[in-house]
Ligand binder design. Structure first.
Ligand SMILES: O=C(O)c1cc(=O)[nH]c(=O)n1[C@@H]1O[C@H](COP(=O)(O)O)[C@@H](O)[C@H]1O
Length: 273
């Protein structure tokens, strides 16, 4: 398969730089007139497939909401992943996995290996057991043409306490993570990205990353297109802003969801022009 970094570049050139999240919060299910059951989860997800599959460059199902319904929820996630891919969207599984290396190899098999029922185009991972513990994930992604997004400077207010801490050599933890991911990218359009919230006040330098940057926190958490521009500086072509609730609140009308998504895509047109 063509490496994820190249596939993402083409997808954002064609559809615009935006990642729309599928986050089936129970109150959101209810506001769409759906039950907080696996049936409601399935109906919610099918509406999202219909609304986003042909339009968005990347769709990011939040795995936590599927896991909370057990194996039946994960089955819905498997189906939705396949349907989105059939419609031409790249699927980023927001699983945020992080463990010792030998266990990461099993997560890599689950999310990034051909033939796995849960395999997506890319997965989010957490580096707080040490970036080297993620090597099995980088290896599996390289082997299968998939991608990885490593948390570096997250959008939540609690993040800086850990991520702004200073490491032995004077860099912040967030900077260290960005630099380490950059060392693993083999080409300017690498398949290994980082996560930097659109809400982050003092973002790390991404000039040597050579990979995509997922910017969650747009919309419901207060991030704006101007914030994305500020965080990315001259590296804006690598940006992949992410929005969930601010689009999903327009459901269950497929037309209204599509139009909310298109408005966001337009507001980020400056990233790809
Ligand atoms: O990895 C993520 O996507 C992520 C990282 C981060 O720093 N902050 C963050 O909000 N997210 C995810 O992005 C989504 C944000 O949703 P909204 O706030 O509704 O747009 C959720 O699924 C979060 O888990």
């Amino acid at each position: 398969m063509t490496p994820f970094g190249e596939r993402l570049w083409s997808a954002t050139a064609e559809r615009g730089a935006l990642c729309v999240g599928i986050d089936p919060h129970p109150p959101l299910l209810r506001s769409w007139g759906l039950d907080d059951t696996v049936g409601g989860l399935r109906a919610f997800s099918e509406i999202c497939v219909e609304a986003f599959g042909d339009l968005a460059a990347v769709v990011k199902p939040q795995v936590a909401f599927y896991e909370s319904y057990g194996s039946a929820g994960l089955q819905v996630l498997e189906t939705v992943t396949g349907e989105l891919q059939q419609r031409g969207a790249l699927v980023l599984a927001d699983a945020k996995r992080g463990d010792i290396g030998s266990t990461m190899a099993a997560y890599a098999r689950a999310w990034l290996s051909d033939g796995s029922p849960l395999a997506a185009d890319a997965v989010t991972v957490s580096p707080y057991l040490g970036i080297g513990s993620l090597d099995p994930v980088f290896e599996a992604a390289s082997a299968s043409g998939r991608g990885v997004f490593v948390l570096a400077a997250t959008s939540n207010p609690e993040g800086p306490q850990v991520q702004r801490a200073i490491s032995d050599d004077g860099r912040t933890v967030a900077q260290l993570i960005v630099d380490e991911v950059g060392l693993r990218n083999a080409s300017p359009r690498g398949s290994f990205g980082t996560v930097i919230g659109a809400t982050v006040a003092d973002p790390p330098d991404v000039s040597k990353l050579c990979g995509p940057i997922l910017l969650p926190g747009v919309g419901a958490q207060g991030g704006t297109p101007a914030d994305v521009e500020r965080v990315m500086g001259e590296h804006r072509r690598a940006a992949l802003p992410a929005v969930s609730r601010e689009v999903l609140k327009h459901g269950p009308s497929v037309a209204a969801l599509k139009s909310a998504l298109s408005e966001f895509v337009d507001s980020f047109a400056f990233l790809t022009n």
